[in-house]
Design a protein around this ligand. Sequence first.
Ligand SMILES: Cc1cc2nc3c(=O)[nH]c(=O)nc-3n(C[C@H](O)[C@H](O)[C@H](O)COP(=O)(O)O)c2cc1C
Length: 184
Amino acid sequence: MTDLNPLLRQRRSTRVFDPDHVVADADLASLLEAARWAPSAGNSQPWAFLVAPRGTDAHAGFVDLLASSTRRWAPSASVLIFTLHQTAYDDGEGSDLVYSDYAAYDLGQAVAHLTVQAGHLGLSTHQFAAFDHDRLAEEAGVPAHWQVTTGVAVGRAVESEVGLRTRRTLAEIAFGARFGVPHE
Ligand SMILES: Cc1cc2nc3c(=O)[nH]c(=O)nc-3n(C[C@H](O)[C@H](O)[C@H](O)COP(=O)(O)O)c2cc1C
């Protein structure tokens, strides 16, 4: 990983967040700006975010929706962000809502940009799927044509992670002209 940009090389899904760290308004705004300026198919920008800094009523409500595995580490992050992407929508009346087949892809890329911006600010992130998606949609009043997708905990890491991290090799994921055959 030596040739990687340090923001990418040092990124970890942090499991221990500083429970006293408060995210500055300007930092939170810049995280969301990083997501906002991500590319998307046809500039459809098919994403939305529910944002709850620790200590707010919204945060307390969101913590309630976390699976027990997530509740062990996510509540102490400085902010919880839930991500949504648009889904195909037909109200029978020619809705002008933008929808793209690539909405999930675009949301993922927007969140990736957010994680890099977090690193730039000295913050860490941990994305998660283990929470009650349906209850969040209901309690937050998410319209039917939006899909609750993931959560992102953002805060200051208080550990230096030493656990072994593994990935599939490049030969297993990067092919040439034929699937399964590594590129030169
Ligand atoms: C869509 C998505 C869902 C995830 N869900 C969870 C989760 O529910 N709980 C958890 O502890 N980590 C979750 N993770 C974090 C992954 O486990 C983590 O990214 C992976 O193990 C690689 O570790 P690293 O991010 O430290 O490189 C999720 C990550 C993504 C991108």
